[in-house]
Design a protein around this ligand. Structure first.
Ligand SMILES: [Zn+2]
Length: 675
């Protein structure tokens, strides 16, 4: 019924009572969340969501909090209901989704059994590591670790190829660091120096838990750090890693072997049963460093490093002391969480990560209606159309490049809610006996499945996120925008909500993902998903000028004295937000012609649109998490994801009658507009 999409709350509601007695009022912006004492033209982040933040402190186990994160946690509670229900029974047919997710979750929840086992489940692999005598043994151990999903010190996975994405290739990437990235090993600022000290203590503690005495544990931690520092020196930094050209190194099996002569690739590829047909080495210099370490680093150091990495990767599936030690460094120290998430939540997240399709199928049955899917798809089409209009209307782009941009836009593939085809996990053998063994079995299944894709035509039906995930993505190789059911939930998206909140919430997210196809990375991929320049030289130059405005804008955003965003690191996401807000706003204008919107409590439809974005994105964040994001996350912190794009938009200034010179109105000369 079209009436359900109308946003004339008062008027339509009256009509509804008259003609459609069962229709309820449509949800609009959260008036109680606004901080009306704040001036929207000075600090829109505070105005849109300040009261909510004041009234909802970050829960102890979380590091960021807003209605968006709250919705993500609500999804986990919905998954818990499903998992509690299926795990009550132990007589499900073997291999059924219920048996698999029930046993996985049930074994994870059996904390007393896990605690009783202590380190025992990890012991066989630790013994194998300890018994290495030759570099051939070392390479066998690395292969065995990879079979279980412990990708150290490098990773091998499938990906559609950069130059022919219709074929899936074998990709060899860098991995194997315990700290988040190379800067933590190398930079001299006090926060990195402190992180290294804390890391050494953490690694020492984990070795102690594994049975080493204080002296041996301390010496082993120093060995680990020295080993990882060498790897870190050979890796690209976070900014360099954003450049698709920097990791594009198509190679042959023969050249891979020449690049890294000490590595026994023939045995690796044959034991893993993976294709040699086409491959890419992300970071050749890193792989050469691994090769050097195989030749030169004493086996005793390798044993120490691999023992640490194995315990580090498996800590959360071991007994409580391992879990707590792991949390104390990664959750508490690096990200500022005050306490561990409850066990049920960790077990729910683990089940979703390993058996996402089995759990996701049950989730969408109850939490994602065909009507929601249809309405979301309609919004995607409307926002794609707005992007089309935007490209056509650009005054700085030549007709030649425009034609290519529109060609690319026409091949966008939206995926909504959940995959058309579910994975069949039926061959995985799981039981209630051992969480460790269940995790191992599910990991091996997922690794084997991934390996099976290499060397084959690309399966365009696959998803990179599970259905309950409260997130979305763009994949340039498949030119697809993907919105799992978990993000298509209130308050971002409400099939019963007014257009203003849906376009200002999920609409901006949809616009953001579309814009990724045209950000500094996405714009390097053509309509077929190939890393292939489709721009004229002049247009590319003008595009780069426009994006450098966004770099300057975000370079200027500080989180605390001395620590500011790195404009180049957050460039793609910031272009996404700026263009996303702009095209979602255009689509909202068009939608209003079909279903006119009304003023709510003095707030115009345009004001509601921008408030919806400010409320959904209105995170409170812990200082530690903020620092970690600024260092390594390509997304800006929420405050600047609200203030940054909106202060560039004339439509925002108009909506709130902001005068030039206000903080929320960037001076004309500094105003950024990319799309
Ligand atoms: Zn993004």
């Amino acid at each position: 019924m079209r009436f359900r999409q109308l946003s004339l709350v008062v008027f339509v509601f009256a009509l509804s009572i008259q003609f459609f007695a069962q229709t309820t009022p449509q949800r609009s912006v959260q008036l109680g969340d606004l901080d009306r004492k704040a001036d929207p033209c000075t600090d829109f982040f505070q105005y849109a969501n300040g009261t909510w933040r004041a009234e909802h402190p970050i829960p102890a186990s979380m590091t960021r909090w807003s209605r968006r994160w709250e919705a993500g946690e609500t999804s986990k509670e919905q998954l818990k209901v499903i998992l509690d229900d299926v795990s009550k029974r132990t007589d499900w047919p073997k291999g059924s989704s219920e048996q698999l997710i029930g046993d996985y979750y049930g074994s994870c929840m059996d904390e007393s059994r896990i605690n009783k086992l202590g380190l025992a489940p990890a012991q066989p692999m630790l013994t194998e590591i300890d018994s290495m005598k030759t570099t051939a043994d070392l390479q066998r151990v690395i292969r065995h670790l990879h079979d279980q999903g412990a990708f150290v010190p490098f990773a091998v996975g499938s990906t559609p190829g950069n130059h022919n994405p219709t074929q899936t290739i074998t990709d060899i990437g860098a991995s194997g660091l315990g700290l988040p990235d190379r800067d933590y090993y190398l930079k001299t600022e006090p926060r990195f120096v402190e992180a290294r000290e804390k890391y050494l203590i953490h690694v020492t503690n984990l070795f102690k838990l594994s049975g080493y005495d204080e002296a041996k544990a301390k010496a082993s931690a120093a060995t680990v750090f020295a080993f990882e520092k060498k790897l870190a020196e050979a890796t690209l930094d976070n900014v360099a890693l954003r450049d698709p050209q920097a990791t594009d190194h198509v190679t042959t099996f023969g050249d891979l072997q020449k690049l890294t002569p000490a590595m026994d690739w023939a045995t690796y590829f044959s034991e893993a049963n993976i294709s040699r047909a086409a491959m890419n080495v992300d970071q050749p210099k890193f792989l050469q460093e691994v090769d050097r370490a195989i030749r030169e680093t004493p086996l005793s150091d390798w044993k120490t490093y691999l023992r640490w990495q194995y315990l580090h990767g498996g800590a959360d599936a071991l007994s409580q002391p391992f879990v707590e030690e792991n949390f104390s460094f990664y959750g508490a120290y690096l990200n500022g969480a005050k306490e561990l998430k409850p066990r049920w939540k960790r077990c729910t997240e683990a089940t979703d990560a390993q058996l996402g399709d089995a759990l996701g199928k049950k989730y969408v049955e109850t939490h994602f209606s065909p009507e929601a899917k249809a309405r979301a798809l309609e919004m995607v089409h409307n926002i794609l159309a707005a992007m089309h209009d935007t490209v056509e209307g650009l005054d700085w782009m030549s007709p030649e490049t425009k034609k290519k941009a529109l060609e690319k836009l026409a091949t966008f593939n939206p995926k909504i809610g959940y995959p058309d085809k579910w994975k069949d996990y039926g061959s995985i053998v799981l039981s209630r006996d051992s969480y460790w063994n269940n995790q191992d079995a599910a990991s091996r299944w997922n690794i084997n499945e991934d390996r099976g894709l290499m060397g084959k035509p690309t399966d365009r039906g696959r998803w990179g996120m599970t259905p309950p995930t409260s997130n979305a993505y763009y994949n340039p190789l498949l030119n697809e925008i993907v919105f799992p059911a978990g993000i298509l939930q209130p308050p971002a998206f409400d099939p019963k909500g007014v257009d203003a909140i849906n376009y200002g919430g999920i609409g901006v997210v949809i616009g953001h993902e579309i814009s990724h196809g045209f950000d500094d990375q996405g714009a390097q991929y053509d309509a077929e998903g190939r890393l292939n320049n489709w721009w004229t030289t002049d247009d590319l130059k003008r595009f780069e000028d426009k994006t450098s405005c966004v770099v300057r804008q975000f370079d200027g955003y500080f989180i605390e004295p001395g620590i500011h965003h790195n404009g180049k690191l957050v460039l793609g996401e910031s272009i996404g937000d700026l263009a996303g807000a702009s095209i979602a706003y255009l689509a909202f204008q068009k939608a209003q012609k079909m279903h006119p919107a009304s003023t709510v409590d003095g707030l115009t439809p345009d004001q509601q649109f921008f408030i919806a974005w400010g409320q959904w994105r209105g995170d409170e964040i812990r200082p530690e998490a903020q620092r970690a994001m600024v260092q390594g996350d390509p997304h800006p912190i929420a405050k600047y994801r609200v203030i940054g794009p909106l202060s560039n938009l004339p439509a925002f200034a108009n909506a709130f009658s902001c005068k030039s010179g206000s903080a929320m109105v960037r001076p004309e000369a500094d105003r950024c507009k990319v799309w």
